[in-house]
Design a protein around this ligand. Structure first.
Ligand code: TYD
Ligand code: MG
Length: 449
């Protein structure tokens, strides 16, 4: 019997080398090369020759995106799924990837598009049980529990779907390759094959992808390169809020964010996120402010809270949830040096409520005001928002997309906004309180030191 040829493949970049060495010759990673069989030519992508055409004669008819029917998802996908495209939906276990895709599958099936859901993680019974809960038992939604890549392709032949969902790419495997499911070689080759099938058949393919602890997609980096779109599905398990954003999108902007709430009947779209974040806000509480934040292109009003308390520790405690702790430390230093607020020797706890994350500099002023308000134990007015970056000199700076942020604040009934002098005028209904420095802003906000 002919001996199977082997090469050495890198776990990091997927590159190959004819012999082992401690360092990958392609990406320089250490100890990442592992022996792997040479992939037979039949499993390699087949180069196809498309005749070149003048650019204005490229046929665009096939590129129309069809909506999934889940508005918040379509927003991120710039309208929907393009035939022949491949989209990875990445997220931590339990965040709701299978739930989202089951709901999207049912919605598309209801609209008359045939959808094949391939579950490589759960049995058909488990998937059906979830679908039952989600009211997703729709005739045009087809289900197969398969882990073998060849079988998945055979199912595509048998079912002839318009959309195929594979849950997940890490549990799929091709026996020809020998290595275990989830290994770099398996993920890469399975993804390559599915990309090819998607393009040849004009099927829109959605792949569920697991992420590693640091938030990247598990598997080779090439996975991100071969697919058209990578969506990140985020949210923590203690809150109902879930965010979908495009990390890479060949068919549109990556600036849109989709918002959902996880409930008993699955994911519920949240078109009015600001109202959700502000729903439980209690007026007249010291240490609370509202930041006019922006996520991609989407303006969001988010309550930020701070609590300061005399510290008994040699090094006072600093805790930031949903906020950037480095930025918080920076703001405390600026407050200490540039204003009369005395914050040293205090423990400071700060958070963005409702499981929101605000890490942009646009939240600086609101956060500094929340800390000051708690420090002097005096509440800020309920109708006030703040929108500025704070510099090391204590000066206020304009932040990007101020007009969008202010329009959202006006829509939600805020009446006054603290702004730097350079910022554009707010829309009707909102009065600008302009300050040059953080000390001026504290005075304008009515916080007596
Ligand atoms: P799931 O979609 O299985 O997550 P993933 O595929 O990303 O691993 O959903 C995980 C969690 O969502 C699970 O803990 C149960 C919860 N859930 C609900 O709260 N409501 C629902 O209607 C469903 C289907 C799930
Ligand atoms: Mg799942």
């Amino acid at each position: 019997m002919a001996k199977q040829r082997v090469e050495f493949r890198c776990d990091e970049c997927g590159g190959s080398a004819p012999r082992w060495s401690g360092k990958c010759p392609s990406c320089g990673a250490w100890n990442s090369l592992h022996e792997a069989p040479v992939v037979p030519a039949s499993a390699q992508p087949i180069p196809r020759l498309d005749a070149a055409v003048p650019i204005d004669q490229v046929d665009m008819a096939a590129w129309g995106a069809s909506p999934t029917g889940i508005g918040e998802l379509d927003r991120v996908l710039s309208g929907g799924l393009v035939p022949g495209s491949v989209t990875v939906v990445g997220g931590e276990p339990g965040v709701g990837k299978s739930t989202l895709l089951t709901q999207a599958a049912a919605s598309m099936a209801r609209a008359g598009r045939r959808v094949l859901y391939v579950s490589a993680e759960e049995s058909s019974q488990q998937v059906r049980m979830r679908a039952d809960r989600l009211d997703a038992l729709v005739p045009e939604l087809w289900l197969a529990a398969e882990t073998d890549l060849g079988h998945v392709v055979a199912q595509l032949d048998a079912v002839q779907p318009a959309v195929a969902i594979v849950d997940s790419i890490q549990t799929l495997h091709d026996p020809v390759l020998g290595s275990a499911p989830g290994s770099v070689v398996q993920v890469r080759e399975c993804a390559h094959r599915l990309v090819r099938e998607a393009k040849e058949r004009g099927v829109a393919v959605l792949l569920v992808g697991h992420v590693t602890k640091d938030g990247g997609l598990a598997g080779p980096r090439v996975l991100e390169h071969v697919v058209d779109t990578v969506l990140a599905f985020e949210g923590d398990n203690h809150h109902a809020l879930r965010l979908v954003r495009a990390v890479k999108h060949r068919f549109g902007s990556t600036n849109e964010v989709g918002l959902f709430e996880m409930g008993d009947a699955g994911l519920i779209p949240v078109p009015d996120a600001s109202a959700l974040f502000l729903a439980d806000r209690r007026p007249g509480v010291a240490g609370s402010t509202v930041v006019a934040a922006i996520d991609g292109h989407r303006p969001l009003l988010i309550e930020v809270q701070a609590l300061t308390i005399g510290s008994s520790l040699a090094v006072p405690r600093l805790s930031a949830q949903g906020l950037d702790s480095g930025r918080l430390a920076f703001l405390l230093a600026v407050l200490e040096r540039r204003t009369d607020v005395s914050i040293a020797k205090h423990d400071v706890y700060a958070l963005a409520v409702g499981g929101a994350r605000v890490v942009e500099p646009g939240a600086d002023l609101a956060l500094a005001l929340a800390v000051t308000s708690s420090c002097v134990d005096s509440a800020l007015a309920d109708d006030l928002v703040a929108c500025a970056e704070v510099g090391l000199g204590g000066e206020l700076r304009q932040v990007g997309q101020t007009s969008r942020r202010l329009a959202e604040a006006a829509r939600l009934g805020f009446r006054r906004v603290l702004l730097p002098h350079s910022a554009p005028d707010p829309p009707d209904g909102l009065t600008a309180l302009r300050a040059a420095t953080i000390a001026d802003a504290i005075a304008l906000a009515g916080l007596a030191l």
